[in-house]
Design a protein around this ligand. Structure first.
Ligand code: NAD
Length: 484
């Protein structure tokens, strides 16, 4: 196991001056190497999003900014597994703890062949800001194992999970760092995580060590659909707040969804329940389209029987690239990062993008969409329903309680509606303060002898959400005081 970290003590470097925004610290830039210039490096994306928000926060001190930007711990594990085919294979796993300022680290575990340290760093930091936006008392963390679940048996995946968790040892725990599901991990994976941790720590209530568990072993009712349900609550409330002209509800809205896993498949069903027409969905093997609206039950049956939505009766095939460019009211990317980039942003014809996935839109694409007047509801708000119900599950586990589904969903709706209001209001406040902020930044830069002063552009919903989140974490960091 290798671990690197920035102790809280290292962060107490606050000065009165704040650097100009940059794509990461010199250390970040050298570590990212050539990939620092690649549009699709997730960590570069996360840093660029952070820097854009920070440009609206001239009063935050440099040392604090660096502390908030960087993960406080990165763990890399290499471990062997005897797989069902009789071979011994070496796997690499990561667990990144970005922040514990507002509570225990919280974040999913991803199994995918393309998992990288930079991806896990980015996902961990997005968790910090997501928990802060919806105001749940967790920090941010994320894990991943580089593996292709499609080429592994269930027994292989169980062995990988147990070895990964036992090698992490006490770097996870009910009050320190709490995993959850993400791409290619499920309630079954969470059951293995719980069982492994419980065997290593017998004789106490270990249920809160992981969320997204099966309901029979402490999982919360409503957790399976929570990410998607949250997306729908946020979209509905954004529409109520006037984000789509001439539309007051989701009734008859044309919706397109990329990804048909936990987030995408539940979202398709729930958007239809709201009266929307889901005209296209896809997974990694292909997509399906029907202008009249898909029969989502039929698509679910097709996915269950063949492993893909492709080929559902009564639908036309569509590629993932074409699906993203369909004309629609709401586009929900719910698969992986980097789906809307500078390569296709000019061709997006959605009226609203709601980020079910983490990091589906690059900063370069954000700029294009902003210029074209297409609002993006950012991931740290749009998909925060999952972590919100994970928090509810954690509370139920600590109290040895189980809430009914109606209570879970009502509390989820309240949290996400409130967070949506706060993000919309934050954007308005930032827009109103723009001239004063610009003057403040210019004065500070001139005082330091800098002539070139960046011009602030109108804040997007993403920037507003980040400013809200960073402000909340910074406030708590200063209230707690920099250790020692
Ligand atoms: P999942 O593994 O259940 O589903 C992923 C889906 O994406 C699958 O249908 C897969 O076929 C599809 N997919 C993969 N690569 C694709 C590609 N190149 N093109 C089109 N489709 C592709 O994962 P999930 O839990 O639904 O996660 C999806 C996204 O939502 C991820 O970004 C994840 O981080 C985010 N998210 C998930 C949760 C959660 O609670 N599960 C919470 C918040 C955010």
């Amino acid at each position: 196991m290798t671990a690197s970290g920035d102790g809280v003590g290292d962060s107490n470097q606050a000065t009165d001056a704040r650097d100009e925004t940059s794509a990461g610290t010199p250390d970040d830039r050298s570590r990212m190497g050539n990939s620092a210039t690649a549009e699709t490096n997730p960590y570069r994306v996360a840093i660029a999003q952070f820097d854009r928000a920070i440009s609206f926060m001239p009063n935050l001190k440099t040392g604090l900014i660096e502390f908030l930007k960087r993960p406080c711990r990165v763990i890399t594990l290499d471990f062997p597994i005897l797989t069902d085919d009789g071979s011994v294979q070496l796997f690499t796993g990561y667990r990144v703890l970005h922040s514990r300022v507002r509570g225990p680290g919280k974040g999913g575990v991803r199994y995918h062949p393309d998992v990288t340290e930079d991806e896990v760093r980015a996902l961990a930091s997005w968790m910090t800001w997501k928990c802060a936006v919806v105001d749940v008392p967790f920090g941010g963390a994320k894990g991943g194992v580089v593996c292709d679940p499609k080429k592994l048996s269930q027994d292989d995946l169980r062995r990988i999970t147990r070895r990964y968790i036992s090698d992490l040892g006490d770097n996870i725990g009910p009050h320190t760092d709490v995993p959850a599901p993400d791409v290619n991990t499920s309630a079954q994976t969470m059951a293995w995580i719980y069982d492994t941790y419980d065997r290593l720590h017998p004789g106490r209530n270990n249920l809160p060590v992981v969320t997204g568990k099966p309901v029979g072993i402490g999982g919360s009712l409503g957790r399976d659909a929570a990410t998607a349900r949250g997306c729908v609550f946020v979209t509905k409330h954004m529409i109520r707040r006037g984000i789509l002209t001439a539309r007051s509800s989701l009734r008859d809205a044309r919706v397109v969804i990329q990804g048909f896993g936990n987030c995408g498949a539940h979202a398709a069903r729930l958007f239809v329940e709201e009266g929307a027409r889901v005209v296209a969905v896809s997974d990694s093997k292909g997509g399906v389209f029907s202008d009249d609206g898909l029969d989502i039950d039929a698509v679910l049956r097709q996915k269950a029987s063949t492993g893909s939505v492709a080929g559902t009766d009564g639908t036309d095939p569509i590629s993932n690239a074409d699906l993203l460019e369909l004309a629609c009211d709401v586009l929900v990317p719910a698969a992986l990062e980097n789906q809307i980039t500078s390569a296709n942003a000019e061709r997006i014809r959605a009226r609203l993008v709601v980020e079910g996935a983490n990091g589906p839109t690059t900063p370069e694409a954000d700029e294009v969409l902003e210029r074209r007047g297409i609002p993006v509801v950012p991931d740290i708000l749009a998909n925060a329903g999952g972590v919100t119900v994970s928090y509810f599950e954690w509370v139920q586990n600590v109290e040895n309680e189980q809430w009914d589904l109606s209570k879970v969903n009502a509390k989820l709706e309240r949290k996400l509606t409130q967070a949506t209001d706060q993000v919309v209001d934050q954007r308005r406040t930032l827009a109103e303060q723009l001239p004063a902020l610009q003057a403040q930044i210019e004065a500070a830069q001139h005082k330091r002898g800098h002539r070139d002063v960046p011009t602030l552009s109108a804040p997007s919903l993403r920037t507003a959400a980040w400013v809200l989140a960073i402000g909340r974490v910074a406030h708590v960091a200063l209230e707690r005081g920099i250790w020692p």
